[in-house]
Design a protein around this ligand. Structure first.
Ligand SMILES: [Mg+2]
Length: 309
């Protein structure tokens, strides 16, 4: 498979997972399969909870903001990325993570906002930096392991003061990097765990272990550890893109984000051709704060091309 097919699979795979999972957010386990028992049926992009059928949520909206900052600034420009996030947050997106919203609207400068939020509140290990990382993971992959993991840390820190969120995003970046090389990301887990911050290694080793099941999570999957662990579990226990997404959404909870993270990993592993057209056709991304722009499959493929170049 060509690298470009894996790159497209990563970007589109994340967006599809987000849009498919959104109507089931905060719902019970098994809700997706209860409604759509057989694979390969139509109507799975059903919309609901305020979302149109095929509409991607804040996960993908922010991933696009990340992509456009990286491409237009020709690299990581943290104040630029932060101000794009702020414009978006101020424009009233339909959904926005609690920690992300607080940091983007607390009036502090880009290099203090997340740290102060964490200092005051003590909780900043949500999955909000992980959920938007598909585009940056593609962009930095060619730089190698150190470069992509460092970039992940810095971008996560824009909104999340807890280093746990940085390390989870860095692990995700590295798994996408190796998947784009054609290596099974599951084989890269031990080596990746070995290079994250030692203070966070044990907790990630637990949720990324081959015998871990999402039922063993000690937090809601809106937290970064079980979110990443659940996505890796969905990848490990299935053999194709569709099944991985179904497994992720059927976990319940923060279904759009768990499915977006799963979708990026599965899209990188299996490539764009494994993502069904019945899912990519209705897919669209509204961008509040950026005019009335709506990205559809051709625009997402173009974005993937430029990120992977
Ligand atoms: Mg969302």
């Amino acid at each position: 498979m060509k690298r470009s097919e894996r790159v497209a699979g990563t970007i589109v795979g994340a967006a599809v997972g987000d849009a498919l999972g959104a109507p089931f957010e905060f719902g019970p386990a098994g809700a997706f399969s209860a409604r759509f028992p057989a694979p390969d049926t139509t109507g799975e992009m059903c919309g609901g909870r305020g979302w149109e059928p095929g509409e991607a949520t804040d996960d993908t909206q922010m991933a696009v903001l990340v992509a456009e900052s990286l491409l237009e600034r020709d690299g990581l420009d943290p104040p630029d990325m932060f101000s794009r996030f702020q414009r978006w947050a101020a424009s009233g997106p339909r959904d926005i993570g609690l920690q992300t919203r607080d940091v983007l609207t607390n009036g502090m400068p880009w290099d203090l906002a997340a740290a102060i939020h964490f200092q005051v509140g003590g909780r900043a290990a949500g999955n909000g930096s992980l959920m938007r990382a598909s585009t940056s993971a593609v962009y930095f992959a060619r730089g190698g392991r150190r470069v992509t993991m460092d970039a992940a840390n810095r971008m996560a820190a824009l909104t999340h003061g807890d280093r746990a969120a940085w390390e989870g995003t860095a692990i995700f970046h590295e798994l996408i990097r190796v998947a784009l090389e054609g290596t099974d990301p599951l084989d890269a887990l031990p080596g990746t765990l070995a290079v994250i911050h030692p203070g966070h290694r044990e907790r990630y080793a637990t949720v990324l272990a081959p015998d871990w099941h999402p039922d063993q999570a000690t937090e809601f999957n809106g937290a970064v550890w079980p979110c990443l662990g659940s996505a890796v579990w969905a990848l490990r226990t299935t053999t194709g893109y569709e099944d991985a997404i179904r497994a992720a959404i059927d976990l319940g909870g923060d279904t759009d984000t768990v499915a977006a993270v799963t979708g990026a990993l599965a899209g990188a592993r299996y490539g764009i051709d494994e993502i069904p057209t019945r899912w990519t056709e209705p897919l669209h991304v509204r961008l509040p704060g950026s005019g009335e722009r709506v990205l559809r499959l051709p625009q997402l493929l173009d974005l993937a091309d430029r990120l992977g170049a």
